[in-house]
Structure formats: structure tokens, C-alpha cells
Design a protein around this ligand. Sequence first.
Ligand code: OGA
Ligand code: MN
Length: 206
Amino acid sequence: MLQNTAGPQVTDQFEALITGLLEDRFGTTANFLDADLVSGLRQTLLTHHAAGRMHPAGIGQKFDHQHNLSIRGDVIKWLDDHSDNPYEKTFQALVKDFIHYLNRTCYTGINTWEFHYAYYATGSYYQRHLDQFRQDRRRKFSFVVYLNDQWEAADGGQLRLYLPNGETLLTPTGGRAVLFKSDELEHEVLPALLRPRLSIAGWLKV
Ligand code: OGA
Ligand code: MN
């Protein structure tokens, strides 16, 4: 049995993500975050948004940096590693536990990460793309968690994954996590149709 700071239920979630990644090129689990954490992070995101602390995300890095609303329409705010917000602290601790678990079970050598809140207003989307930058290959795994309350298929905003055998759509229900390789799997965020779509998107890096 591997030593792990996380309890057995959390370990099951980690296993589900990793098994999916190895067998299907993506892992997903519906209850990675519990309901209290989802609502605490959602309130934090909405407070940042209401205070004008979220901004259009760039596309690419450095000389490539540009804002192009026809490619992606979300506004983002990077999470602060040293935040004293209790929900962000719990989230960061969970991410750390997951990275240790991934490194021990898959020898992945992840040693850093970055996460941002994302707010897709009604009508906004992110066109088909890969998450690894041409001039910076440090992003190894993409990891997204959703903060939406009672999200239904009719609300839109599905994550479309372009798998070798065809496409699959994931509904961004609160608490769900998705994991895939950043340099391999093209994906797209479909337009949020009826209300804003809330998430934390991040990358595990070497
Ligand atoms: C991204 C992204 C997917 C999602 O931020 O790069 O693809 O479901 N997000 O929010
Ligand atoms: Mn992406």
C-alpha cells in the first residue's frame, strides 16, 4: 500500500483519474471536490468577478500573446499559491496530494503547477485547441474542475474532447474533474448557453 496523506475515498478519485488517462486518454470523476468546497470556490470566483479582478486570457505566450475573443471568451484570474482563503488552501492541498500520487504511481516527475479561475459569460466559448505552447513544453497534464451549481445539459458549455475514436462531450457539473495530456488531446469549450460557466483550469508541469 502506498503511503498517502489523502484518505481512501480521495485515493479512489485519484485512481479513477489516472486509470482513465491510461486507458482512454482522459480521466474524469464526478465528485473530485465535495459540495462545500465547490460552493466556497464558486463564491470566491464570483467575488473576484464582481470586483473586476478577472481579465481576458491571452492565447499563446510572450511574443504570441494576444487577446482574441473569436478564439476564447473567458475571463480568468490566476490562483495565488500563498492565498489565505480556506477554500483555495484546501484546493491547493488536494492538488499537491494528487501530484504526489501521480508521481509515485506513474513516475511523471511533475514539480510545479498553475491554476486559474475561469468565467465564461453566456455566449462565450473556447475553440478547439491544444494546451501546450509551441515555445514552452513544460505543461504535461491539463486538469480542470467545475464550480457550477445544478448545471444541466441545456446550459451548454460542454467540454468536447477530440479522441482518436471520435468525440466525447462532458457536462461541466460542479465537483467534476477532468485530466488529460496537454500535448496530445485537442479539446474545445462549447458556448455557455443560459448562464455563466465557472471552473478552475490548470496545468501540471515539469
Ligand atoms: C482551457 C480549457 C477546458 C474547460 O482553459 O484551456 O480548455 O472545460 N478549459 O474549461
Ligand atoms: Mn485547454
